[in-house]
Design a protein around this ligand. Sequence first.
Ligand code: CA
Length: 222
Amino acid sequence: MSESARILLVEDDARLAQMLDQLLTAEGYRTVLARDGQRALHEGLTQEFDLLVLDRGLPVIEGLDVLARLRSRGILTPALVLSALSNPADRVEGLDRGAEDYLGKPFDIDELLARVRALLRRHRTSVPVLALPDGSLDTAGRTVTTRSGENVILSERESQLLERLARRPNQVFERDDLLATVFPDADDPGVVDTYVHYLRRKLGRQAVTTVRGIGYRLGPLP
Ligand code: CA
């Protein structure tokens, strides 16, 4: 694993949250902790994660509703639900509403870590190549292969910008969102426009569409 996985940890119980946070950090994962459903939704919508570890009983918005809302926005980050509601009907409900895995509380720490590893493994192997309207993006090799078979090499930032758009092909991204996620160390929103220009120069005007007053989305308008 070249870079440590990012995990959004959602748990309102302070002691358990701290224990899980320390446990996952000690395993080398980078964690972001959210203590209620609204915060979890915000973090899940604005940052990229490799895995969600999600409690069900949460203040403001309950865990499965958070997950359903993320899924409805096209966010397919795998989710491991941890819950005291752990009879078969509860687990079925969790899996049917978008969770990839479900573990009852109290849980065994070694089992939790093994499930985290398994979900990350599955996710990682399915990540590197993303579909584009006119071809595909190999994020590891930073190469776009067009339908006609041409290979176009992108810079790291170009590739990251295109990846961000391609992961949610139906979403319109605000400039500020792209600035925060792709260019976190820049403070001039104009850098987003500059890199959109670079992408269009390499891939054609239709590679990225300007949505006036909002921002950008992948590909030509449907
Ligand atoms: Ca709870």
